[in-house]
Design a protein around this ligand. Structure first.
Ligand code: ADP
Ligand code: MG
Length: 599
C-alpha cells in the first residue's frame, strides 16, 4: 500500500469511527459521549445513496470527490474507477438500463464533469436512468467570475442536456437531494439527472445526532402508472379491427421487462412483431411470429402498428418515407409528449408498459381479432427467402482472405447464438450494422449498442456496466475506430477482472482503411487509421488474454475460448482495409459534397 493509499484508509477509518453505530452497515464503535460524534457531507451523501439502494458507483476521482469515493466504498458502495469519465458514464447508463434503477456516475469538477456530461446527455436521449454526481467548486468566485480552481457553472451547463438538475449547497439538504435525483431519473420516462455537490457541502461537518434526523425512507420510489381504461378500450378496438397488424418492440419494452406479457399478447392475438435494435431478443428474433426480416413490408403494408416502447423517430423514418400514409398507430408509452410527434397517433395509451400490457391482456377476451389469415404466412414466406439470401451472403464470404466483415461474422454468429446468455455490446459503422443483421438474439436486454444518437464511443463503458450490473459474460464487437474512443478503459476491464471479451474488427479506418488524401500532402486521409496496428498488444499491456486472428477458424476458436475463460480478453481481428462502406447502412444521411470535388 502506498502512503497515499494509507492516508485514504486512515481518512476513511476516521469517518467510520465518527459515524453513529448501526446506521451504515459498518461496525462503528459508539462515540464517546464527551465529544459528540460528527459526520461530513460526504458521510451523509454515502448513506443517502445506500438508503435508496445504490450499491455501485462508476467514476473517476480527484478534487473534490476523492475522499467521498473512499467513504462510499467503505460503506458498501462498489466503486468502479475508470480512465475516462465518459466511459464511466456509459457504464452507469447501461447499469441503469439493465437494472431499471439509476446508475450512478461520480465526476470531479470542470473537465471531469463535462466529460461525464456527454454520457448523461446520451442517457437522457436514450431514456436510461442515471445520476451524475459531480463535485463543484466554491460558488461565490464562480458567480463573480473571479477565476477559481476548476470554476465552472456546472449546474447551468448541465440543465439543457439532462432530465433534471439540482445543486446541494449544505449537508442538511443531501438526503432530500438524493431522493429527488433518484425519483427524477426513474419516474415517467427515465433519463439522466445531474446532482451538483459543492466542495463546502461535501466537507461540511455536522453533529451526527443532528444528521441522523435528516434521513427518511422514501415510499414507492418508482410508482406504477396504469393507463386510463378508455385509452385501453380505444386501442383494443383498433387492434381488433386490423387486417395486417404488427407490433414494433422498442428498448422501452426491454427496459420495462415486459417480455412475458408481450409474449402472452403475441401468442393470444397472433400478431407479428418487429424489434428495434436493442429490443432484439425481447421476443426471439427467430420465432415464428418474428417479422425481423420484413421491416419494409411492415412499413408499406401494415394497417395498424402498435409501438410498444418505441419512438417513431429517425430510426423508423419518423413515420415518413416508406411508411404507408394510411397506417394507423397505437402507441404504448409512458411519455405523453411523445404522442403525435411525427405522425398522428390514433390510439395513444399512456402508462408504464407493464400496467398497460396487464390492462390489454385483461381486456383481450372481449375482442375478436380480424387479422387477414394470409398476413402472417406471407411474412413467414418472405422471412424464409430473406434469411436464405442472407445466409448465402455469409457463406459466400466465409473463406475470404483477407477477411471482411461478413467473413468475421460468419465465424462469430454460431458462437454467440450457441451462448445466448452472453450480453452483446456493439458499436462501429459497418461493424454495428452487419453484426446487428447477422446475430440473432433470443433473450431480452442482451444487446446494447449506440442506440438513439448512433454515437461512437460507448463500447468499453457499456461492456463494463453490463458485466458489473449482471455478473454475466459480455462480448463487445467493436470497429477499430469505435474502439479508439474508449480503448484505454479496456484496462478497467482488466483491473476489475471482468468477464468481458473485446473483439476489434480492424479494417484500418473509419468506415474502411482505403480513404485517399485529396491534397496529396502525404498525411493519412481523414478516415484512415492503421490497418497494421496490433490491438492485441494493448491487451498484453494490461494482462488480458489476447489473440490476433486472420482466419475465421482462428476467430471462432478464440471466441469460444474467451467466453469459457470468463475474464478479460482482447481479440484483434484482421480485416482487409477495403472491407466496409462509408457510414454503413446510413450513408444516405451524408451531405453529398465529395461528388462535386474534382480530383
Ligand atoms: P427504440 O430506439 O428501441 O425504438 P426508444 O428509446 O426510441 O426505443 O423508445 C423508447 C420509448 O419507451 C420512449 O418513448 C420511452 O418514453 C418509453 N418508455 C421507457 N420506459 C417505459 C416504460 N416503463 N413504460 C412505457 N414506456 C416506456
Ligand atoms: Mg474500421
Amino acid at each position: 500500500m502506498t502512503t497515499a493509499q494509507n492516508n485514504k484508509k486512515n481518512n476513511s477509518t476516521m469517518s467510520t469511527n465518527t459515524t453513529p453505530a448501526g446506521n451504515c452497515g459498518c461496525n462503528a464503535p459508539k462515540p464517546s459521549p464527551a465529544y459528540p460524534a460528527q459526520v461530513t457531507g460526504m458521510d451523509i451523501l454515502a448513506r443517502a445513496l445506500r438508503m435508496v439502494g445504490i450499491d455501485t458507483m462508476y467514476g473517476l476521482v480527484g478534487i473534490p470527490v476523492t475522499d467521498f469515493s473512499y467513504i462510499a466504498q467503505d460503506r458498501g458502495i462498489r466503486f468502479i474507477g475508470f480512465r475516462h469519465e465518459q466511459q464511466a458514464g456509459m457504464a452507469a447508463a447501461t447499469h441503469g438500463y439493465l437494472t431499471a434503477t439509476p446508475g450512478v456516475l461520480l465526476t470531479v469538477s470542470s473537465l471531469g464533469f463535462l466529460n461525464g456530461l456527454t454520457a448523461t446527455a446520451n442517457a437522457t436521449v436514450n431514456c436510461y436512468p442515471m445520476i451524475q454526481i459531480s463535485g463543484s467548486s466554491v460558488r461565490e468566485p464562480i458567480d463573480l467570475l473571479q477565476g477559481t480552481y476548476e470554476g465552472l457553472d456546472q449546474l447551468n451547463i448541465a440543465k439543457p442536456l439532462v432530465k433534471a438538475a439540482y445543486r446541494v449547497n449544505k449537508p442538511q439538504d443531501i438526503p432530500t437531494a438524493v431522493v429527488r435525483a433518484y425519483r427524477a431519473a426513474i419516474s415517467g420516462r427515465p433519463g439522466g439527472v445531474y446532482l451538483d455537490v459543492t466542495t463546502p457541502c461535501l466537507g461540511a461537518i455536522m453533529d451526527s445526532a443532528e444528521a441522523e434526523k435528516l434521513f427518511f425512507e422514501p415510499v414507492d420510489l418508482c410508482p406504477a402508472a396504469p393507463p386510463a381504461p378508455a385509452a385501453v378500450t380505444r386501442a383494443m378496438q383498433l387492434i381488433a379491427s386490423a387486417k395486417k397488424p404488427a407490433i414494433i418492440i422498442g428498448k422501452g419494452a426491454a427496459y420495462a421487462k415486459v417480455e412475458d406479457k408481450l409474449d402472452k399478447f403475441v401468442k393470444a392475438t397472433g400478431i407479428p412483431y418487429l424489434p428495434m435494435s436493442m429490443a432484439k431478443g425481447v421476443l426471439p428474433d427467430n420465432g415464428p411470429l418474428s417479422a425481423l426480416s420484413c421491416r419494409s413490408t411492415v412499413m408499406e403494408e401494415s394497417d395498424v402498428v402498435i409501438l410498444a416502447g418505441a419512438r417513431l423517430n429517425w430510426l423508423l423514418s419518423r413515420g415518413q418515407g416508406k411508411w404507408n400514409p394510411d397506417t394507423k398507430f397505437v402507441q404504448l408509452d409512458i411519455e405523453p409528449t411523445e404522442i403525435d410527434c411525427n405522425r398522428h397517433i390514433s390510439a395513444p395509451v399512456i402508462g408504464d408498459l407493464s400496467s398497460t400490457l396487464d390492462a390489454m391482456l385483461k381486456a383481450l377476451p372481449d375482442y375478436k381479432m380480424s387479422m387477414d389469415p394470409a398476413w402472417v404466412p406471407s411474412l413467414q414466406t418472405q422471412t424464409k427467402e430473406k434469411n436464405a439470401k442472407f445466409a448465402q451472403r455469409l457463406t459466400d464470404n466465409a473463406n475470404a482472405q483477407p477477411m471482411n466483415h461478413w467473413t468475421a461474422l460468419s465465424a462469430i454468429k454460431p458462437v454467440l447464438e450457441a451462448n445466448p446468455d452472453v450480453i452483446l455490446v456493439n458499436e462501429g459503422a459497418n461493424t454495428l450494422d452487419d453484426t446487428r443483421d447477422a446475430v440473432d438474439m433470443s433473450l431480452p436486454r442482451h444487446r446494447i449498442d449506440c442506440a438513439t444518437w448512433a454515437i461512437m464511443g460507448m463500447g468499453m463503458g457499456s461492456a463494463i456496466g453490463a458485466a458489473v450490473a449482471t455478473g454475466k459474460s459480455v462480448v463487445a464487437i467493436e470497429g477499430d475506430s469505435a474502439f479508439g474512443f474508449s480503448g484505454m478503459d479496456f484496462s478497467t476491464i482488466c483491473r476489475f477482472k471482468l468477464p468481458v471479451t473485446v473483439v476489434i474488427f480492424n479494417n484500418g479506418g473509419i468506415y474502411n482503411g482505403i480513404g485517399v488524401n485529396l491534397s496529396g500532402n502525404g498525411d493519412p486521409a481523414p478516415t484512415t487509421l492503421d490497418v497494421t496496428a496490433r490491438y492485441d498488444k494493448l491487451g498484453d499491456a494490461f494482462g488480458a488474454k489476447t489473440y490476433y486472428v486472420t482466419t475465421p477458424s482462428e476467430l471462432s476458436a478464440a471466441l469460444n475460448e474467451a467466453i469459457a475463460l470468463r475474464g478479460p480478453v482482447l481479440i484483434d481481428v484482421q480485416l482487409g482495409a477495403d472491407s466496409g462502406k462509408e457510414s454503413g447502412h446510413i450513408g444516405y444521411l451524408n451531405p453529398e459534397a465529395l461528388e462535386h470535388i474534382t480530383v
